[in-house]
Design a protein around this ligand. Structure first.
Ligand code: 13P
Length: 230
């Protein structure tokens, strides 16, 4: 079955960089998997209709109004985004987002028929205390267990940008615990130090539905390889 392979550019790139990234990516890309690119929002409109499904990296929990610096779900939709990341650990940390706010963002996206990609994951001290499953459960508490078409990205915080990935068994345990919270089939992705050397083992040895790739996605050839291996 086709998997979802998502590039999260974070706050990287420029108009020229993305232009040449698209050219190089399509020169290498042979995967039948679905590719999504989470661009920095100023570039969404520019690179809409270029053969890539686009995602925002965050959205406001409000409809509109006096919220300087924020972007509404409607604006993201206008710019061509079909998806949006929410709850990324970097947004939780730097923007002090709580599970309540993230749930409001989820609802805003649903209202505009955008697909949320809800990111969850534990910090190192929780992993070391063997409390990962409880922590993930808490992060999902506010999401209706009957919700359809959910996409959850499991990204252990200690794995992001560190080159460390969990044991394959631990990834599968996290996936199982996430799936068990919901009554309908959901898509669960893995993110955290994914590259072309570990993508196929994560993908083949677990029942993951796709990968969310940060640093390695900035290299279009590497990302095309990951998409093929997933
Ligand atoms: P890295 O792939 O750089 O570890 O980042 C993962 C991530 O945060 C994707 O959202």
């Amino acid at each position: 079955m086709s998997k979802l392979v998502i590039a999260n550019f974070k706050m990287n790139g420029s108009k020229d960089f993305i232009e040449s990234w698209i050219k190089d990516f399509f020169a290498e890309q042979e995967s039948a998997n679905s590719i999504i690119v989470a661009l920095p929002s100023p570039y969404l409109l520019t690179f809409n209709n270029r053969g890539l499904a686009l995602s925002g990296q965050n959205v406001s929990n409000e409809d509109s109004g006096a919220f300087t610096s924020q972007l509404s779900a409607e604006m993201l939709k206008d710019c061509g985004a079909k998806y949006c990341l929410i709850g990324h650990s970097e947004a939780r940390q730097f923007l002090t987002e709580t599970n309540e706010i993230i749930k409001q963002k989820f609802d805003q996206l649903k209202k505009e028929s955008l697909q949320p990609i809800l990111c969850i994951g534990e910090p190192l001290k929780i992993k070391e205390a063997s409390k990962t499953t409880d922590y993930l459960t808490e992060q999902l508490d506010l999401i209706d267990s009957d919700q359809e078409n959910l996409i959850i990205a499991y990204e252990p915080i200690w794995s992001i940008g560190t080159g460390l990935i969990p044991e394959i068994n631990d990834i599968q345990l996290a996936i199982d615990s996430i799936r068990s919270k919901f009554h309908k089939p959901i898509k669960v992705l893995y993110g955290g130090s994914v590259n072309s050397s570990n993508a196929s083992s994560i993908s083949d040895k677990t029942d993951i539905d796709g990968l969310l790739v940060g640093g390695a996605s900035l290299n279009p050839k590497e990302f095309a390889k990951i998409a093929q291996l997933c």
